[in-house]
Design a protein. Structure first.
Length: 79
């Protein structure tokens, strides 16, 4: 089976399927700064999606663009 090329629409569909699930986030912040954490995908919108960090010390909500995944700055893996 031929793999479909990654497009923003394909990425958006994949994120919508993961909504409400706990995932591992890998964030490349540039200049060798990398953040990894566990989060739950909260909401999906037209051009962005939000995740809620599961770290006990901070209960923050982060917003990422689907283009961040397309460019490789954000990677998501579900366990």
């Amino acid at each position: 089976m031929k793999k479909m090329p990654d497009t923003v629409d394909n990425i958006k569909k994949q994120i919508m399927e993961l909504k409400g699930q706990v995932v591992s986030m890998y964030i490349n912040r540039g200049r060798r700064k990398v953040a990894t954490y566990r989060a739950r995908i909260e909401d999906t919108y037209a051009s962005v999606f939000t995740v809620k960090s599961l770290l006990k010390e901070n209960d923050l909500v982060y917003t990422y663009s689907y283009n961040d995944i397309l460019c490789g700055d954000v990677k998501i893996s579900n366990d």
